[in-house]
Design a protein around this ligand. Structure first.
Ligand SMILES: [Zn+2]
Length: 1067
C-alpha cells in the first residue's frame, strides 16, 4: 500500500549491493510476469451469500519466546515513560509506546521473534517550496557527524556492515532513516551512526554545495555549469515522464499546502536554496520533539531505550535549542476542497514519437486522522476491485478501449494527510483521446456504482487483500520497515499509530457488511469519485524541443550570470570549484575512519548458510524438491519446465507466452473468470522465465532455461491451485487476438518506460551477452533485443495474427511436458501436498514437441556465435550509461572468492570516488559474475562517457598501488559476507535453493568460496589488478546514452556501431 516513496536515495548503490546480495544467483535473470494477482491466505468463503470465515485466524497469544520487561503504564525508564502497551495479534508482537520526559519524543517499541531487527527515526519535514530542502538534508546529514567525522559514514556502513537494509527516504511530508540487521551488535552500530547523523550532523555551506547545488567553472573561457548530487539526481528523475506526471498530479490536488510543492526538488528551483533556509529548515525539523522513533524485532527493549536516551541526553547537554519546538511549525495544513474540478496541462521532453499521458486525480473526503480503520480497509479493497488485477473492471475498461498503451496512476494513496486516488493512461496517441480516457473512467465508475458488483469480483479482491495482510511477505524489504511505514500513516499526524497495524476487526466488519447485502463499494464510488468535485485531470503533452529549450535556458541564464560578474568574482568561483573538488578528493583520516563502528571478522559465521533440501529423482527426468521450512501455514510451489528445446525464432516469444498463461483464459473460462478464480482460491500465481548456466570450470557451463509457474496457497487451497494449473496447461486458448495485443503493448510500453531509468541494466545485459550464451539468451528475453522484438511483434499481431497464434501454440507444445520437469515445494509437511503433486504430474503430456521434430528449426542456442564489440546505443535522454566488460576465464583467470571481495572493494572505493563523487554520475560500480567470469564496469546516470572509460582503465593501477591494512581487508570481508548472508523469507529460501540445485552450485562450493573470502590477502587485490589489465586492453565498451555524447566519443572509443537503441529515435 506504500507506493509513493518519493526518493529512496542512492538506489543504484543499493541495487548494486542487492545484486551482490542475490549473490547466490547473480547470473540468474528473471523476466517475470507482473504479479497482477496478489496473495491471499486461508480464508474460505461460501458462495453465494458471501459469508466468510477465516479457517486459520491470527493467533491471539504471543509465542512463548517473546517477552517484554514488566512495566506498568506510567512507569519511567531511561528518561522515558511507558504510555501504552498491548499485544497486537495481527503482527504477533507487543507494541509499546514510550514518551520521552524532556522532549516528548515518541518511541514505539515492537517486540517479537523476528531476527531481522529494524530501527527507524523519522521527522515531519513539510517543505514550503520546491528547492528540495528535505531531500538535500536527507543526503547531507549522512555526510559526517559529531562522533563520525568522515565524509560519508553511510558509505562506510554499506561497506562494512551486515545490514539487511540501510537507506534514507524523503517523502512529501516526512524524512525517514531506517536500518535493519539480523546481527544484534551490527544493528546497534547502525542505530548509533544514524542517531548521531540526524541529531549531530556536521552541516556546513560546503555540504549544501556538494549535496545540493553549486556553480562550477574550470577556467575563465569555459562555460559555467550547475552541479550537485541532488540536483543531478532530480534532473535524472524528471527525465521520466511518469515521474513528472506523478509529481504534477499530487501538486495539482494540493495547491495550498505542502503537497503542492516538490519535496525532492525541482531542478529549476534547487539552485535557489540558500544556506540560511537550509540551516533553519534543519533546526526546525530535526529536533527530538519532532522525531518519531521505531524499533522492531527480537532485541531487548531496554537496550532500545538506553541507546536513544544516550543521544537525547547528549542533545540536551550540547544543543542550545529549546526542549520543544513549536509543533505547529511542522504541522501539515488541510487543503480546502475545490468547488469545481480542474484541469492542468504540461509539456514533457520526448522524442518525435511522443505520446500523451493523463491521470484523473481525486482528493478523497477523509484525512488519515479522521478516518477509521473500517473505511480505510474498504477503500483498500475497493482499489483492488477497480484496478488490482487485469480482470479488474476499471483497468480492463481502459485497456480494452485501446485509447492508450497501459493504465497509469497508483490508485489509492494513503501516505499523505488527505488521501488521494489517481488513475489514467500512458501512451495516448491523440490529444483528444485524453478526454475520452477521462470520460471512460467516469462512465465505468457510474456503471459500477449503479449495478450489483459480481460476487466473485468482490471475493477475489477481499481474499487477495486478506492474504496479503496475513502473509505480510515484503520480499527483501524488512517486515519491520514495512510496518513502520504503515504506522507512520497516522503516527506522523499525531493520530493512533497502532490503528494501521490491526486488521482483524475491520476485516470482520467489512465481511459482515458485504454479507448483509450493503452496497459498500457502490456507495464509496458515489461519494469519493462521482460526486467529489475536488479532482484534477492532468495531461502531459509531448514537446520534442522541451529538453533542448530547458537546457538552453539554463545555459543562457548561466552565461548571463557570468557576463554580469566582475572578474574578481569569476576568479573566486574558479577557486571555489577547485577547493571543493580538492576537498572531495581528500581522503578521510584513518583515525576518523576507525571511529565508524564495525563488526569484527570473529563476529561472522564461517559457515555458509544452508537451506534444508530433499531431492527425489523420478523416471522421465522428473525432480521433486522439498524444503521443510516454517512458512506460517502457506504452501509455496514452483513448477519449472525445461525450455532449452525452444527453436530460435520462438525464443523471444517466451516472455509474452509466459505472460499470457494466466491472462488469456481457457476453453472453459475467459480470462476474467480465471483471474477471479485465482484471486478467490489461491494466494496468487505467476509465471517467470529464468535463464542461467551450470557451474563449470571455465565459466561456460550448459545453459539452463526454465519456465517457472510459481504459486502460493494455504494447505487446503493446494488442490484448487493445482486444478487451476492443470486447467491452464491443458485448456489454454490463444484465440483472443485483442488480448494478446494488449499484453504485447503493455509489455513493450513498460519496457520502454524502464529503458532510461534502468539504462545500466540494459547496458550490462548487452555487454554480458557478448561473452556467454546464457547471457545472450537473457538479452534476447530482457534486453534491447527484446524491446526491438516486441515492437515487431506488435505489428505481426496486427498484420499476421494467424502466424503469431500458431507460434504461441507451438511454443506451448514445445514447453509443457512431464519430461525433465522440476517441482519445488516449500512447506513443513510435504506429505500433505504430495498427492496433489502426483496427480498434477500424471496429467501432464509425457513428451514435448521437440525442435528437432520440426523441419528447419534448431534449438535457439545452436546457431549462436558470440563476439565482443564496441557499441553506442542512442536514447532520448540527457544522461549516459557507460559499460566496459571482458571475460576473465577467457583471459586465463580463475574465479576465486577473494577476487569477488576485491571487486566489491573497488566499487566501494575507487569507482564511487571517481565516477560518482568526482565524475558527477549518480553511481559507478563493477561486478564479477562468479558463474560466467564476466567482469563488468558500469556507470549510472553519467554526464560523461570517455572520461568514465578512462576511470575504468585506471582501476588496475589503483589496485596495484593500494596499501591495505589487515583491518581494511577485514572490513571488506564483513561487507561481502553481509551481502551473501542476505535475509530471506521462506519462499525465497526454497526457490533459491532450487536454483542452486539446477545450476549445480553445491553447499561445498559455496563454502569454498566463503573460505577463500575469509583468507583473502593483499595479493588477491593485486591479482584482480592483473585481470583488470586484460579488461583495459581487450574489453568491449557499450554506451547507452545521449546522441551528442555518443557521437563525441565515437572515434575515441572505436565504436563499431552507433544506432538508436530503439528504431525511430533520432541519432
Ligand atoms: Zn536522493
Amino acid at each position: 500500500m506504500q507506493r509513493h516513496i518519493a526518493f529512496v536515495c542512492a538506489p543504484l548503490y543499493r541495487r548494486a549491493v542487492q545484486l551482490q546480495k542475490k549473490g547466490e544467483h547473480p547470473h540468474a535473470v528473471f523476466r517475470s510476469s507482473r504479479c497482477k494477482v496478489g496473495v491471499q491466505r486461508q480464508v474460505r468463503f461460501t458462495v453465494p451469500g458471501l459469508r466468510a470465515t477465516a479457517v486459520m485466524p491470527t493467533p491471539t497469544q504471543a509465542p512463548v519466546r517473546v517477552q517484554v520487561p514488566r512495566r506498568e503504564l506510567g512507569e519511567k525508564a531511561f528518561g522515558f515513560t511507558l504510555v501504552r502497551s498491548e499485544f497486537v495479534p495481527e503482527i504477533q508482537s507487543y507494541v509499546r509506546v514510550y514518551k520521552h520526559d524532556r522532549y516528548g519524543t515518541e518511541l514505539i517499541s515492537v517486540v517479537n521473534d523476528d531476527e531481522n531487527k529494524t530501527f527507524g527515526v523519522a521527522f515531519r519535514t513539510p517543505p514550503s517550496d520546491s528547492t528540495g530542502v528535505p531531500h538535500i538534508l536527507e543526503h547531507s546529514v549522512l555526510c559526517g557527524s559529531r562522533k563520525y567525522p568522515v565524509k560519508e559514514p553511510f558509505v562506510e556502513l554499506l561497506k562494512t556492515s551486515m545490514n539487511t537494509f540501510l537507506n534514507a527516504m524523503t517523502f512529501p511530508d516526512k524524512t525517514c532513516y531506517p536500518v535493519a540487521s539480523t546481527n544484534l551488535r551490527d544493528f546497534y552500530n547502525l542505530v548509533d551512526v544514524y542517531l548521531d547523523a540526524v541529531f549531530f550532523p556536521r552541516l556546513t555551506p560546503d555540504t549544501l554545495a556538494q549535496e545540493g547545488h553549486h556553480i562550477e567553472l574550470d577556467a575563465v573561457d569555459q562555460p559555467m555549469s550547475i552541479k550537485g548530487v541532488v540536483y543531478n539526481e532530480m534532473k535524472g528523475a524528471f527525465s521520466s515522464p511518469e515521474r513528472v506526471l506523478m509529481s504534477a498530479s499530487q501538486r495539482a490536488l494540493f495547491p495550498d499546502t505542502t503537497y503542492g510543492v516538490e519535496s525532492g526538488g525541482d531542478p529549476a528551483d534547487i539552485p535557489q536554496l540558500t544556506w540560511e533556509a537550509f540551516k533553519s529548515f534543519y533546526d526546525r525539523c530535526y529536533h527530538p520533539s519532532n522525531a518519531r522513533i521505531w524499533f522492531y524485532g527480537d532485541d531487548p527493549e531496554d537496550m532500545r531505550l538506553q541507546k536513544v536516551a544516550e543521544f537525547l541526553d547528549a542533545f540536551a547537554e550540547s544543543s542550545d535549542r529549546p526542549p520543544s519546538m513549536d509543533p505547529k511549525a511542522t504541522a501539515i495544513s488541510v487543503q480546502k476542497r475545490f468547488a469545481e474540478p480542474r484541469r492542468v496541462e504540461l509539456p514533457y521532453a520526448t522524442d518525435e514519437s511522443g505520446k500523451f499521458y493523463t491521470t484523473v486525480n481525486w482528493m478523497l473526503h477523509d484525512t488519515v486522522v479522521s478516518l477509521d480503520a473500517d473505511r480505510m480497509l474498504s477503500l483498500v479493497v475497493l482499489d483492488h476491485i477497480l484496478l488490482g488485477s487485469s480482470a479488474a473492471p476499471l483497468r480492463k475498461a481502459l485497456i480494452d478501449s485501446g485509447l492508450g498503451e497501459d493504465v497509469l496512476g497508483g490508485g489509492l494513496e494513503s501516505d499523505l494527510l488527505q488521501m488521494t486516488y489517481s488513475v489514467g493512461m500512458k501512451g495516448i496517441a491523440q490529444e483528444q483521446d485524453t478526454e475520452r480516457v477521462a470520460d471512460l473512467i467516469f462512465e465505468t465508475l457510474r456503471k459500477l456504482s449503479s449495478e450489483k458488483l459480481d460476487d466473485n469480483l468482490v471475493l477475489a479482491s477481499l481474499n487477495t487483500i486478506e492474504f496479503r495482510l496475513r502473509e505480510n511477505n515484503t520480499g527483501s524489504f524488512p517486515r519491520g520497515l514495512a510496518l513502520m511505514l504503515r504506522a507512520m500513516t497516522t503516527w506522523l499526524h499525531d493520530a493512533d499509530p497502532v490503528l494501521m497495524l490491526r486488521f482483524e476487526e475491520p476485516l470482520k466488519k467489512l465481511r459482515e457488511r458485504i454479507a448483509s447485502g450493503e452496497p459498500v463499494f457502490q456507495k464509496l464510488i458515489q461519494e469519493e469519485f462521482l460526486t467529489n468535485t475536488h479532482r484534477v485531470q492532468v495531461v502531459l503533452r509531448p514537446d520534442p524541443d522541451y529538453a533542448k529549450r530547458t537546457e538552453e535556458a539554463e545555459q543562457a541564464r548561466l552565461a548571463a550570470l557570468k557576463q554580469s560578474l566582475p572578474a574578481a568574482e569569476i576568479e573566486k568561483i574558479i577557486q571555489e570549484t577547485q577547493r571543493l573538488r580538492a576537498k572531495q578528493a581528500a581522503p578521510d583520516a584513518p583515525e576518523d575512519l576507525a571511529k565508524v563502528p564495525s563488526l569484527h571478522v570473529s563476529d561472522l559465521d564461517r559457515k555458509v548458510k544452508t537451506v534444508p533440501r530433499h531431492a527425489e529423482n523420478r523416471a522421465e527426468g522428473v525432480t521433486i524438491l522439498s524444503h521443510p521450512l516454517a512458512t506460517n501455514g502457506i504452501v509455496y510451489i514452483d513448477v519449472g519446465f525445461d525450455t532449452t528445446q525452444v527453436p530460435s525464432e520462438l525464443l523471444p516469444l517466451l516472455g509474452i507466452y509466459a505472460e499470457s498463461l494466466f491472462e488469456v483464459g481457457t476453453h472453459r473460462e475467459d480470462f476474467v473468470a480465471l483471474q477471479r478464480r485465482i484471486g478467490r482460491d489461491t494466494g496468487g500465481l505467476r509465471a517467470a522465465v529464468l535463464t542461467t548456466q551450470q557451474v563449470d570450470e571455465r565459466g561456460d557451463g550448459a545453459v539452463i532455461q526454465r519456465l517457472f509457474l510459481r504459486g502460493k496457497a494455504t494447505a487446503n487451497q493446494v488442490a484448487s491451485l493445482f486444478d487451476i494449473l492443470t486447467d491452464v496447461l491443458h485448456e489454454i486458448k490463444f484465440d483472443d487476438r485483442e488480448r494478446i495485443r494488449q499484453l504485447v503493448v503493455e509489455e513493450r510500453a513498460g519496457l520502454e518506460t524502464r529503458l532510461v531509468p534502468s539504462g545500466h541494466v540494459m547496458t550490462a545485459s548487452r555487454l554480458k551477452a557478448q561473452y556467454r550464451r546464457s547471457d545472450w539468451v537473457n538479452e534476447q528475453l530482457n534486453g534491447i533485443s527484446y524491446l526491438r522484438y516486441l515492437r515487431a511483434l506488435q505489428k505481426r499481431v496486427e498484420q499476421d495474427w494467424d502466424q503469431v497464434k500458431a507460434d504461441l501454440e507451438r511454443l506451448h507444445q514445445c514447453v509443457i511436458s512431464r519430461q525433465g520437469v522440476i517441482v519445488n515445494v516449500t512447506y513443513p509437511q510435504i506429505d500433505e501436498v504430495m498427492s496433489h503433486v502426483d496427480a498434477f504430474l500424471e496429467a501432464l503430456p509425457a513428451r514435448a514437441l521437440s525442435a528437432a521434430a520440426d523441419t528447419n528449426a534448431a534449438p535457439a542456442l545452436d546457431g549462436v556465435s558470440l563476439r565482443p564489440m564496441n557499441e553506442g546505443l542512442v536514447i532520448p535522454a540527457r544522461v549516459n550509461y557507460v559499460g566496459k566488460a571482458a571475460n576473465l576465464f577467457d583471459a586465463g583467470f580463475r574465479v576465486h572468492g577473494a577476487l569477488l571481495l576485491a571487486a566489491r572493494y573497488l566499487s566501494n572505493t575507487y569507482l564511487w570516488e571517481e565516477v560518482r563523487v568526482r565524475g558527477g554520475a549518480y553511481g559507478g560500480f563493477c561486478r564479477l559474475d562468479p558463474r560466467t567470469g564476466t567482469f563488468l564496469f558500469l556507470s549510472y546516470r553519467d554526464p560523461n562517457v570517455e572520461k568514465t572509460v578512462d576511470i575504468y582503465d585506471g582501476a588496475c593501477d589503483f589496485l596495484r598501488r593500494i596499501q591495505l591494512s589487515r583491518d581494511e581487508i577485514d572490513k571488506s570481508i564483513i561487507g561481502i559476507i553481509g551481502d551473501m548472508d542476505a535475509y530471506e523469507l521462506p519462499d525465497a529460501k526454497g526457490f533459491n535453493s532450487a536454483l542452486r540445485y539446477l545450476t549445480g552450485e553445491t553447499d561445498e562450493l559455496r563454502q569454498k568460496r566463503r573460505d577463500e573470502i575469509f583468507s583473502a590477502r593483499i595479493e588477491d587485490f593485486r591479482r584482480l589488478a592483473d585481470a583488470l589489465a586484460q579488461v583495459r586492453e581487450h574489453g568491449s565498451v557499450v554506451v547507452l546514452g545521449a546522441s551528442e555524447s555518443i557521437r563525441r566519443a565515437e572515434s575515441c572509443l572505436k565504436l563499431e556501431r552507433v544506432e538508436p537503441a530503439l528504431p525511430g529515435t533520432d541519432v
